[in-house]
Design a binder for this molecule. Structure first.
Ligand SMILES: Nc1ncnc2c1ncn2[C@@H]1O[C@H](COP(=O)(O)OP(=O)(O)O)[C@@H](O)[C@H]1O
Ligand SMILES: [Mg+2]
Length: 344
């Protein structure tokens, strides 16, 4: 069984020529810069672990060039794609089209389908679906244009985010706004700099949980993880913004340490797990996903977002939870591949 581990990491090889183009503050390439060249080694480890499980696995970096993918698939004819493509030519919104392409070629692929990736990539659409199905989400509003005296009708503090980004791109300390004027300022910033609508949500002050789910025969909820904000410096908002997620030199990175398993009462744990499974199903996830949740002081659950194809690297939250459950890295990868093969 031949597995192509497909990903798109153009900036490791093409770093210098792209450097000026990529130095805009909020591009994901900044994150690549911070993580350095280790990323390729991370993908190599995935192939290596799959080989340990008996698969004939190889790495395929698209390097922002669709022809590389086409040529390789014709030449190597893999039986299945381990789909780790997240962004193409700097556009996270193109991720879903890779799933379409594999589907049209009739090659099984891991993780989310086009529909699932498309829904979850849009924070407005996914929140509407969840809310319409009785799942509690922070009160939200999507704004594509600022009109004079534009009404927002939301309580403060609130948080303003680009509607279609990932990895906390566009989310910084000043994304948390405490009044209408600041909200309008940040919304304008998003509209102008990201060329997409902004979503403004009521800020849920409370604990933040990450719930990883893997699909074997059934959906398995892995041990719940919590971001510990207790040491966060007073002058920062308690959020996992861009620096907290990617900039290992930043104090917010060092002060947002995940704890797994999270200490929860049995009752809340059960409620969180059930809600996460509902979200997985409602947004039509497949294979594996991570649901991000906030718990307010009364134990009410609010869904922040559902992440299909979450980061699978060894030090990311998904595997941390899987390891706590008792899976090895190779086990996790094998389950994901088998799920894709068994899908109808
Ligand atoms: N409504 C909210 N209330 C409180 N914190 C939030 C809210 N929305 C986002 N955040 C904070 O911002 C982080 C990133 O937001 P999220 O919607 O998950 O975007 P991304 O897709 O970039 O990860 C969250 O992990 C959380 O810390
Ligand atoms: Mg998130």
């Amino acid at each position: 069984m031949k597995v192509a581990v497909v990903f798109n990491e153009p900036y490791t090889q093409l770093f210098d020529p792209y450097a000026s183009k990529c130095s805009e503050q909020f591009k994901l390439s900044e994150a690549y810069k911070m993580r350095g060249n280790d990323i390729i080694a991370e993908y190599e480890l995935i192939s290596e672990c799959l080989r340990k499980k008996g698969f004939e696995a190889y790495n395929l970096n698209i390097l922002d060039d669709f022809n590389i993918l086409l040529t390789d698939l014709e030449k190597n004819k893999p039986d299945i794609i381990f789909n780790l493509v997240e962004i193409y030519k700097d556009r996270a919104g193109l991720e879903k089209n890779f799933a379409s392409f594999f589907k049209l070629l009739n090659i099984p692929f891991t993780g989310g389908t086009t529909k699932n990736l498309g829904i979850c990539q849009n924070k407005y659409l996914s929140k509407q679906i969840l809310a319409a199905n009785g799942i509690s989400v922070p009160k939200f509003k999507c704004i594509s244009r600022i009109e004079e005296n534009c009404e927002i009708d939301i309580n403060y503090p609130a948080i303003v985010k680009p509607v279609s980004e990932d990895g906390s791109i566009g989310i910084d300390d000043d994304s948390v706004v405490r009044n209408y004027d600041k909200a309008i300022e940040k919304i304008n910033f998003i509209l102008n700099n990201f060329k997409q609508p902004a979503i403004i949500e009521e800020f849920i002050d409370g604990r933040e949980l990450n719930v990883s789910i893997i699909e074997s025969d059934d959906l398995i909820v892995l041990p719940i993880s919590e971001i510990d904000f207790s040491d966060m410096p007073e002058n920062f908002n308690k959020i996992v913004g861009f620096n907290a997620k990617w900039n290992s030199e930043h104090q917010c990175y060092k002060k947002t340490i995940p704890i797994c398993p999270a200490k929860l009462t049995k009752e809340i744990e059960k409620k969180v797990k059930e809600t996460a499974i509902n979200c997985f199903k409602l947004l039509q996830c497949s294979g594996y996903a991570r649901v991000d949740i906030r718990l307010d002081e009364n134990g009410n659950i609010f869904i922040l977002e559902v992440n299909p194809n979450p980061d699978l690297s060894l030090d990311a939250g998904f595997f941390r939870a899987a390891k706590m459950y008792g899976y090895s890295y190779s086990d996790v990868l094998e389950i994901i591949v088998k799920n894709a093969l068994n899908r109808t």
